[in-house]
Unconditional design. Structure first.
Length: 95
């Protein structure tokens, strides 16, 4: 991870920590607050750089759509959390 800038490393480490604590990826405002920046635009640049470095993937149009590519244990936790959420939503009947 030495090819990442300090700011990119802070973003990446926050994402990893958040996933290890919550089992799901953080939203952009949560990342911004967690690393102490106010500009979502700047955060977008850091996220895009992490995508280009192939350490994360951003799944378009998906709530909490950041997926780790180089951290298998945390990626597995994300998938487990998603499966539980999908199962719970599948059993939801609004009628």
């Amino acid at each position: 991870m030495d090819r990442l800038t300090d700011a990119q490393q802070r973003v990446y480490k926050f994402i990893c920590h958040y996933i290890s604590e919550h089992g799901k990826s953080p939203q952009l405002p949560e990342i911004a607050e967690g690393i102490g920046i106010k500009s979502i635009g700047s955060l977008h640049k850091h996220i895009q750089a992490l995508v280009e470095h192939k350490v994360i993937e951003v799944i378009p149009h998906r709530h909490r759509g950041i997926r780790l590519l180089d951290h298998p244990d945390l990626a597995q936790a994300q998938e487990k959390h998603k499966a539980i959420a999908d199962k719970a939503l599948g059993s939801f009947d609004p009628t």
